[in-house]
Design a protein around this ligand. Sequence first.
Ligand SMILES: C[S@@+](CC[C@H](N)C(=O)[O-])C[C@H]1O[C@@H](n2cnc3c(N)ncnc32)[C@H](O)[C@@H]1O
Length: 250
Amino acid sequence: MAAQRLLLDRPASRTGDPRADERLAQNLAAGLVPGRSDFGSWVAQRTRFIDAELTAALAAPIRQVVIAGAGYDGRALRFRTPGVRFFELDHPLTQADKRNRLAAVGAAVDDVVFASADFILDDVAGALETAGHDATAPTFFVCEGVLRYLPEPAFRGLLRALAQRAAPGSVLTTTISTRDAGDESDTAAHARLAHEDRLAAAGEPVLTVPPRAVALDWLRDAGWISAVVHDLGDLSPGEVRGRLLVRATR
Ligand SMILES: C[S@@+](CC[C@H](N)C(=O)[O-])C[C@H]1O[C@@H](n2cnc3c(N)ncnc32)[C@H](O)[C@@H]1O
């Protein structure tokens, strides 16, 4: 991800620190050469989509941003804006590693609120409450590249918990991996399985990939109204289908 993101020409807020985000990505990529091009296309599309939505939300203006499963997302640095609170919510182990790397690259993060939670075990809404998130004011939520790594109850529980914290006017941007039976060529299935094997070997097994209609039902059941759903296969002809970019509201 970091190596792919370094290739992109990305926006930042006027007061943001894109250089710190780039230093974080360089620290992670550490000389890695970007890999498969279909993954690169997916990273480019999802980054562009969420960056554009966040830019619009900040202009709205929305004053709280929650990045769920933040990983090495540097948007809290890149889009730093006076009066806007960025919350990063992540598994404690990932977050600890990220914070070490942020310190190593000299990134200022005093204004970022770090809250940790295991989405399988912990009370996610409670973690946000404890961190000082205001559930009465609109929030821009990001949940990028996260849901498919969770078992179904945690996938749905995370969507519910974010909805619980979402005042009217809030926006959720999320990626969802979906799979429809009979939709995939043998070559595409082979490439996908090889990719998933590599993710599992790296400690990130893919656990939940519902059919598109089921995924959108789960989103609705959690309390979200999906307003925009793009499929990577439509955005980039020739790319695999089933990778969704979703913008949802309350
Ligand atoms: C593939 S990374 C994506 C990171 C980032 N959103 C991005 O797009 O670059 C998956 C993220 O989900 C988080 N995650 C996976 N399982 C989790 C769990 N059970 N509880 C909390 N976070 C989890 C990981 O810590 C990691 O930050």
